[in-house]
Design a protein around this ligand. Structure first.
Ligand SMILES: N[C@@H](CCSC[C@H]1O[C@@H](n2cnc3c(=O)[nH]cnc32)[C@H](O)[C@@H]1O)C(=O)O
Ligand SMILES: [Zn+2]
Length: 424
């Protein structure tokens, strides 16, 4: 069965302005876009009467999905204290089953908000991948690695094997952060990434003290660390946060492998700071958007990160021309897909994957939009509450309140049980 999205507005970050027309999906891809595509019997036709917009699915480029189970714990503490005194103690109680239901809870939220893909760093990653597969979402999975324990390398290798050939799942290698993983281990993991042809997903320069830590322990600046560890030459270096890079260091990060994941809400909530986004954009560093986990955001809403990114840096730079709506749309879609290592994802183009979000333009705050300003309406006036459908690889994973995942109705209850146990 082919799907025809008839009479929609559609826009991606590469179009000059939104267009009106039809989008035909066959299998996992967009196969035709046109003004009036002839209807045939093998098509499921959704006539949207120009009351819906279609955009590329949003990508959450940095999260810890199962941390939905930890939402509200350790509130209003700085990063180090939050991790060491609260989060890690509770995480020690999580079972594989908890991770499955916690991730499912995150997917219940994310897929209803137009998120089609997410990059996750956590543990028991087979469970995370399994939940993503049940929901039909795309993901990049990294086993979070702390310390030098060899078992983490083995878990990473078996994760790569486990999801080999799965079209919607990429595996990445996940050293947690330079303050929890020694430089030698980073080198080893980056070599492994090169050898296996996979990306590396790590936290980097989230808090200001990380600079002093690197200098004291290794006599290295953050850029020295990136160069020395091999992060600049792996296929993808997904660097979450990068809040505390200096202007002159940013230039060195402008290489094809580096993908900065900007997490404005989490950085504000943990009091970590405001990343130099304009510096990255001006110097051609690729930036995507992430929510981080639900214990430091506390939403998993990429729309909100788009709006916040677009507003925050205008205010910080005293410049309303910086960080334009179309730029943040690109970060949340096309750039996110690159960061996760997926090709042909993140645009509305013939032969590109049908990863799409459908938006209800009948909401009062869309009155007055036109093709030229639709992206501005979406980023500044729109929100995740406007999403009515989310399609991944040609399949509706969420459509008008219903999920592809048949057990979706049990997720809340199972997550609640896990939550009660880990907090008891
Ligand atoms: N401790 C795990 C591996 C770490 S997974 C990734 C870790 O990142 C933690 N995390 C979540 N948000 C942040 C953040 O903003 N900065 C640093 N770490 C974070 C999260 O709580 C989780 O412990 C094991 O035993 O295998
Ligand atoms: Zn994180």
């Amino acid at each position: 069965m082919r799907t025809l999205l008839r009479r929609v507005y559609y826009v991606d970050a590469f179009m000059e302005e939104a267009k009106r027309g039809d989008i035909l999906i066959d299998g996992d891809s967009i196969v035709e876009i046109g003004e009036e595509i002839p209807i045939s019997e093998d098509m499921e036709v959704l006539d949207c009467k120009f009351k819906k917009a279609v955009i590329p699915g949003l990508v959450n480029a940095h999260t810890h999905a199962a941390m939905t189970l930890l939402r509200g714990l350790g509130e209003e503490r700085p990063l180090k204290e939050w991790l060491e005194e609260k989060i890690w103690q509770v995480e020690a109680k999580l079972t594989p089953e908890d991770i499955y239901w916690g991730t499912s809870l995150a997917l219940l939220e994310m897929t209803s908000m137009g998120v089609t893909a997410f990059a996750d760093m956590y543990f028991e990653m087979e469970e995370v991948g399994s939940a993503a597969q049940q929901f039909g979402a795309r993901c990049a999975l990294a086993k979070g690695i702390i310390g030098t324990d060899e078992s983490n390398v083995e878990k990473t290798l078996s994760l790569i094997d486990h999801f080999k050939g799965q079209e919607l799942v990429n595996v990445q290698i996940g050293p947690h952060a330079p303050y929890t993983v020694p430089a030698e281990m980073y080198k080893r993991l980056c070599d492994l990434a090169l050898d296996k042809g996979v990306g590396v997903h790590t936290h980097f320069m989230e808090a200001p003290w990380e600079r002093g830590f690197l200098m004291e322990k290794y006599g290295m600046t953050p850029v020295d660390f990136l160069e020395n560890s091999g992060l600049l030459s792996v296929p993808v270096a997904l660097l979450a946060h990068c809040v505390w890079m200096e202007e002159e260091e940013i230039e060195k990060m402008s290489c094809p492998s580096v993908q900065v994941a900007h997490n404005p809400s989490s950085n504000l909530k943990l009091g970590s700071g405001i990343a130099p986004l304009r510096g990255y954009l001006d110097r051609g560093v690729t930036v995507s958007l992430g929510t981080d986990g639900a214990a430091s955001n506390n939403r998993l809403d990429v729309w909100e990160e788009m709006r916040l990114a677009a507003l925050l840096h205008k205010g910080k730079e005293l410049d309303p021309t910086c960080c334009k709506a179309k730029e943040v749309l690109k970060m949340a879609t096309f750039n996110g897909a690159r960061a996760l290592g997926f090709d042909k994802v993140g645009r509305i183009e013939r032969s590109w994957k049908a990863d799409l979000a459908m938006i209800d333009l009948d909401k009062p705050h869309y009155v007055g939009f036109d093709c030229a300003n639709l992206v501005h309406y979406l980023v500044y006036a729109g929100s995740s509450a406007d999403v009515v459908g989310t399609m991944v690889n040609g399949v509706w994973v969420y459509y008008h309140g219903n999920y592809k995942y048949k057990e979706a109705e049990f997720v809340r209850e199972r997550a609640q049980k896990s939550r009660e146990r880990i907090c008891s």
